[in-house]
Design a protein around this ligand. Structure first.
Ligand code: PEP
Ligand code: MG
Length: 586
């Protein structure tokens, strides 16, 4: 039966494929396809792991002290029984044989299928056996790590022609990941994965999970509330990343309609790609800088491919996340920053110092478990200043990378003048350390992110203290409107066009002009073509966004007359309902 689920639109495009449900706790399990001739070896690998667990449990049973509680022996019996359960073993083999999933993926997929059946059982005792099944699966997975698959590295995602519906029921169908939650670090792990689309129950439009999905240019819907409960393993689903809709079990008519939409999207992308070499100049001759936001050094390739004239935001925290507390040392960071600088072939790279915290925890701690109010907690520059040794290490690595090309250093989430002074002291210290050691390093321009209303309200002081400013609208909106950007329950109130937000942006741009300091905008607003004219009218000349958005924004720039937009833009921000004025002039 066809039904639809509504969430928040995150990344454009349409994905049509089979659902792969992944529990949040299992996201670190490898997901890749094996080759057809590796099926038997993969099944054997699983068998070996399962047999080892059986032996382990039998040994435990044998060595059980005489006075051990009776329940313990019964529990081991249940675990042994589950391990040898037909539904588990045949199910797992089927995923390997028919879909060519690697063994770990097949095992967790079948677990999800059985867990759902347990959830639906009337009998409370049987329902609780789900926890036992989970423990058993966990044990088998543990045995499999260390016993690597014969496939040394996950092969690249299977290619399928864009716009083509692959309704063949075997292994080469596109797959759509459905999860309750995905951390930004999980998303990053999926960056090179097999998935053609994503759906999550939680998350806001500018949550970092959504941001990474957008950077992957893969259709995604977040904040879909109960999607991971309503969608079943292997269901056919359509993800409409533009409308924020997930359609489950679509009818042939709906499939045909979305197949058409997919092809239209591909054609539009093809058309935009012709603008790659066109300079971004408005009709009245204003040169506009279109920069890329990146998460990893490798992303510079995507940036160059769409003609970005530099990197306006390298979110360095992605090098720090999901490493179980082991932070990258100076050498590792230096190599990563250098790779980005060299990757941009002489174009400037703006490296932002680590911005962990809030919805970007260092490790797997889910953000709702970490602190009472993590968005207002020890994040970004606050964390860096509380860990001076870590911060100095990062500053040295960035200064060293600057020996290889133009680098700008960007500091996130400043609010206090004291933070500016402390940052400057540590930067001078890092430079002195490199000089003393005779380590080559370069000069950097230093910029402040304006993303806390306090900073925007005293922006003149920031403009005096820095070489440039960069407006982080994702956080500026969150903190001005008191809306958690990662919370889908208040997502309807997260409004980039709130007059208060627009006036803070305008004030920051004006301060830049007064002090002769360049101002860039690197929040998600920069990549929204519907806002390009307004931002140009307010005086913005430097936009930084995901590479995937650059050409659509360039198209708007080419059509605009910046000088003539000025009065209109000032009227929009003075209005009670800027959104209505914007819509009226579209
Ligand atoms: C922002 O807040 O707008 C920004 C660009 O930084 P981040 O999204 O990483 O918080
Ligand atoms: Mg921010």
């Amino acid at each position: 039966m066809t039904f639809s689920i509504h969430g928040l639109a995150v990344a454009r495009g349409v994905a049509i494929g089979r659902a792969v449900l992944v529990a949040s706790s299992r996201l670190d399990v490898a997901h890749y396809f094996i080759e057809a001739d590796q099926v038997e070896a993969e099944i054997a690998r699983l068998r070996v792991a399962r047999n080892s667990v059986v032996e382990e449990l039998q040994r435990l049973q044998k060595d059980l002290p005489k006075d051990a509680p009776h329940e313990l022996a019964a529990l081991l019996d249940v675990h042994l029984m589950l391990l040898q359960d037909e539904e588990l073993t045949t199910g797992v083999k089927r995923w390997i044989r028919e879909r060519l999933y690697n063994a770990e993926w097949a095992l967790t997929t079948q677990y999800e299928v059985l867990a759902r059946q347990f959830d639906e059982m009337e009998d409370a005792y049987l329902r609780e056996r789900k926890a036992d099944l989970e423990q058993v699966v966990e044990r088998v997975l543990r045995h499999m790590t260390g016993a690597a698959s014969p496939v040394a590295a996950p092969p690249p995602a299977r290619a399928h022609r864009e716009g083509e519906l692959l309704l063949d029921d075997r292994h080469d169908v596109p797959l759509v990941l459905v999860a309750h939650d995905l951390s930004p670090a999980d998303m990053l792990q999926f960056k090179k994965s097999v998935f053609a689309g994503f759906v999550t129950d939680v998350g806001g439009k500018t949550s970092h999970t959504a941001i990474v999905a957008r950077s992957m240019d893969i259709p995604a819907v977040v904040g879909a509330r109960t999607a991971s409960q309503l969608v079943r393993q292997d269901d056919w689903i359509i993800v409409d990343g533009e409308a924020g809709i997930v359609i489950v079990d679509p009818s042939p008519i709906i499939l045909a309609e979305y197949g058409f939409k997919q092809r239209q999207g591909a054609l539009e992308r093809e058309r935009l790609s012709r603008l790659r070499h066109t300079p971004a100049v408005t009709r009245d001759g204003q040169r506009i800088e279109l920069l890329a936001n990146i998460e990893m050094p490798d992303d510079t390739r995507a940036a160059l491919k769409v003609g970005a004239v530099g990197v306006g935001l390298f979110r360095s925290e992605f090098l720090f996340m999901g490493r179980h507390g082991v932070l990258p040392d100076e050498e590792e960071q230096y190599q990563a920053y250098r790779a980005a600088v060299e990757g941009m072939q002489g174009l400037p790279v703006t490296i932002r110092t680590v911005d962990v915290g809030a919805d970007k925890p260092l490790d797997e701690v889910r953000h709702d478990e970490a602190h009472l109010n993590p968005a207002l907690g020890l994040r970004a520059i606050r964390w860096s200043l509380s860990e001076p040794a870590m911060f100095l290490t990062q500053l040295r690595a960035i200064l060293r990378a600057a020996a290889h090309g133009p680098v700008n250093l960007l500091i996130p989430m400043l609010a206090h003048l004291g933070e500016i002074r402390q940052t400057q002291v540590l930067l001078a210290q890092a430079r002195a350390q490199l000089e003393r050691a005779g380590t080559p390093h370069g000069w950097v321009r230093v910029g402040a992110m304006i993303e806390v209303p306090a900073a925007a309200l005293i922006v003149d002081r920031f403009a005096q203290g820095f070489d440039f400013l960069s407006i982080g609208t994702n956080d500026l909106i969150q903190y001005t409107l008191a809306i958690d950007r990662a919370d889908e329950t208040v997502a309807h109130l997260y409004d980039p066009l709130h007059p208060a937000v627009l006036r803070l942006i305008a004030a920051t741009l004006d301060a830049g002009t007064r002090h002769g300091k360049p101002v860039s905008l690197c929040g998600e607003m920069a990549g929204d073509p519907a806002l390009t004219r307004l931002l140009l009218g307010l005086g913005l000349r430097s936009f930084s966004m995901h590479p995937a958005q650059i050409l659509a924004v360039k198209q708007e720039v080419l059509r605009a007359d910046a000088a003539r937009l000025r009065d209109w833009a000032l009227a929009v921000i003075a209005a009670d309902e800027p959104a209505a004025m914007l819509a009226a002039s579209a």
